[in-house]
Ligand binder design. Sequence first.
Ligand SMILES: Cc1cc2nc3c(=O)[nH]c(=O)nc-3n(C[C@H](O)[C@H](O)[C@H](O)COP(=O)(O)OP(=O)(O)OC[C@H]3O[C@@H](n4cnc5c(N)ncnc54)[C@H](O)[C@@H]3O)c2cc1C
Length: 82
Amino acid sequence: MFGRQVFDNFTGSGATQSWARARYALGEAVIFTPGQLHEHHPATRTREGRIHFAGEHTSLKPAWIEGALESAVRASLEVNDR
Ligand SMILES: Cc1cc2nc3c(=O)[nH]c(=O)nc-3n(C[C@H](O)[C@H](O)[C@H](O)COP(=O)(O)OP(=O)(O)OC[C@H]3O[C@@H](n4cnc5c(N)ncnc54)[C@H](O)[C@@H]3O)c2cc1C
């Protein structure tokens, strides 16, 4: 992605971490395939009776803290409006 210049600063040793394979993490955040965000977004945030849904996966900024916070505000306002 950044071109060959990255090798100027690369020591030759590195490590990767798979959160999906981490025993206690079992994932990092929702990972939508192309089209899924658009397809599922209205449903993920729809309340079901007295149950309201929040979380990064219900936002338009999935996998980000900002999306989680936005969804928390939305769900809080929904509950407050009832
Ligand atoms: C390694 C890593 C790096 C990241 N880096 C960034 C970054 O740099 N910037 C960024 O913006 N985002 C980053 N993220 C993503 C960000 O952390 C998440 O998008 C955000 O924390 C999601 O918040 P959430 O409230 O939707 O869900 P969560 O933070 O996952 O909260 C869900 C909560 O529900 C609890 N829970 C689950 N099941 C139950 C149950 N049955 N009963 C009661 N409680 C339950 C869980 O214990 C958890 O506390 C990173 C995530 C990881 C894992």
